[in-house]
Design a binder for this molecule. Structure first.
Ligand code: NOJ
Ligand code: CA
Length: 549
């Protein structure tokens, strides 16, 4: 059998996170409860029923903590509170209990690699001066060169430019430099410092005690840095998933942090969970984050990055299932998030992109393991590529001198209802990013009423998935299929066939005669062929005699 299942069906019932479908809420852009043009926690609360109706198991909320918003809230000034823009702690508690009442679990975002430059620790570090205990929580160094006016090493910021900023000391002179792998408003913490470790353990407990079901770990592969801060010296590309040996990504020392966190989550009841955001190129290195005593799951970004090509997709899927399965972890599939171009657009845009996105949804939701859905993908939203310069907020735009437009195009507020902006996102306020008028055809209201909409497809698929023990965790068996086509069987006679090629493909000969279509991503011209860029779920058995069966 190709591909390895990773769970013995006779074992204890699997914990929920092994095959959960989790809906990512980008808080600023989901729903605006107080009509100021910015999404907030009460807004999410008012839309929980709609999320529940979609059929997901949980939501992941992006950061809602007090923050100057230099990087959409990934610059946290206080890890134990809610930014007034998004509500209050009481609003959070209410949202959590309302979600739980509806049967939805809640995961929140933890940002441990860096704080905001407005965090009390960083302000104290600036005030206290070189060599102080306050500075030792961050990565402060003297500059190179006779005047100390060259950065301590050659590292660059993910958002463009150098990764070091020089500070003005109390005497008014130019002084030390501090490391910021992201924006200068996001100074990196020094994770060798016991005080830093203790503080984050206390933060985990603060939210676990309030009842959260888990955390998404921001930049999980970034916490540990090479002890000597060695130069990169052209050895590694400035972007893309990290290659092994990189001095500030995927250093071995990150793992002891996660082992400690796992001990903490295990103290709590209810299968609390962690999902790692770790942009690591080598699947075997990614698997290290999800060893049994570390984090529970990690996004599979190789799946997200895979081109629309059957062989490439199959390879990515097999490698993920095999490498993570080898450490007992499930795969966690994802097609889009708030950092990447929306996949309708990545897959070609327009009607082609949309057809492929529909097929990709059925592929992703039929694979063993868990999956994340990014708000708006269930509406078929595309990347907004024509946002005017003056509304762009992603620091990437400014830091690359406009060369990269940044990630705002996938963060445009959700269209809920009506014919014109703000499409029910706000009552009447102008949303913080303008919505395309064409989205009138893509509102939740319009999609809910249309049985052929992307949202109806997600709903039908999620309904079929939750009513079938075959989907989610478990085994996958490839069925030999023509070029350009992926076909695989899950237990209990569920088969998924995806045509990533450019010609119609017959699926009838792959399965037994009694096959019945459960869900189709698009119109089927006849009863035996799958059009290009289309996927189906069947109640069927692989045709006997298939060499791989
Ligand atoms: C990953 C987050 O998803 C992204 O939005 C953020 O800019 C960086 N980490 C830095 O926190
Ligand atoms: Ca608001």
């Amino acid at each position: 059998m190709a591909g390895v299942g990773n769970l013995d069906a006779s074992a204890d019932p699997a914990p929920w996170w092994r095959d959960a479908v989790i809906y990512q809420i980008y808080v600023r852009s989901f729903a605006d409860g107080n009509d100021d043009g910015i999404g907030d926690l009460p807004g999410i609360g008012s839309r929980l029923v709609s999320i529940r109706e979609l059929g997901v198991d949980a939501v992941w909320l992006t950061p809602f903590y007090p923050s100057p918003q230099a990087d959409g809230g990934y610059d946290v000034a206080d890890y134990r509170d809610v930014d007034p823009r998004f509500g209050t702690l009481a609003d959070f508690d209410r949202l959590l209990s309302d979600a739980h009442e509806l049967g939805l679990r809640v995961i929140i975002d933890l940002v441990p690699n860096h704080t905001s430059s407005e965090h009390a620790w960083f302000r104290a570090a600036l005030a206290a001066g070189p060599g102080s205990p306050e500075r030792s929580r961050y990565v402060f160094r003297d500059g190179r060169g006779p005047e100390g006016d060259e950065p301590p090493n050659d590292w660059t910021s993910v958002f463009g430019g150098g990764a070091w900023r020089r500070v003005t000391e109390a005497d008014g002179e130019q002084g030390q430099w501090y490391l910021h792998l992201f924006a200068p408003e996001q100074p990196d913490l020094d994770w060798t410092h016991p005080g830093v470790r203790n503080e984050f353990e206390a933060i985990l407990r603060f939210w676990f005690d309030r009842g959260v079901d888990g955390f998404r770990i921001d930049v999980a592969h970034g916490l540990a840095k090479d002890a000597d801060l060695a130069d990169i010296d052209g050895r590694f590309a400035a972007s893309g998933p990290a290659r092994t040996g990189h001095p500030h990504w995927d250093q071995d020392d990150v793992h002891e942090v996660f082992r400690r966190w796992r001990e903490i989550s295990d103290e709590y009841d209810g299968d609390r969970t962690f999902v790692a955001e770790a942009w690591v190129h080598d699947p075997a290195r990614l698997a290290r984050y999800v060893r049994p005593d570390e984090l529970h799951t990690a996004f599979d970004f190789n799946f997200l990055l895979a081109p629309w090509d059957a062989a490439a997709m199959r390879r990515t899927i097999d490698i993920s299932i095999d490498t993570l399965g080898a450490v007992g972890a499930p795969s966690t599939w994802v097609l889009s998030n708030h950092d990447v171009v929306r996949h309708v657009t990545r897959y070609g845009g327009g009607s082609v992109g949309e057809r492929r996105a529909r097929a990709a949804a059925l592929l992703m939701l039929a694979l063993p393991g868990g999956a994340y859905i990014y708000q708006g993908e269930e509406l078929g939203l595309d990347e907004v590529t024509d946002l005017p310069d003056d509304v762009l907020q992603d620091p990437t735009f400014v830091r690359t001198g406009g060369e990269e437009r940044g990630r705002d195009g996938c963060r445009v507020p959700i269209p809920w209802s009506g014919d014109a902006p703000p499409f029910g996102f706000s009552a009447s306020a102008e949303p913080w990013l303008p919505q395309p008028s064409a989205w009138r055809r893509r509102t939740v209201e319009a999609a809910t009423a249309d049985p052929a909409s992307m949202r109806s497809l997600y709903r039908n698929a999620l309904r079929a998935r939750s009513s079938s023990a075959a989907l989610g965790d478990g085994e996958l068996e490839w069925i030999e299929s023509p070029d350009g086509v992926l076909a695989f069987a899950r237990p209990q006679d569920v088969v998924c066939v995806v045509n990533l090629g450019s010609v119609a493909a017959s699926w009838r000969e792959l399965v037994d005669d009694g096959a019945e279509v459960l869900v189709a991503s698009g119109a089927l011209a006849n009863e035996h062929e799958l059009p290009p860029d289309t996927a189906i779920w069947l109640r069927a058995r692989p045709r006997p005699g298939d060499p791989s069966a």
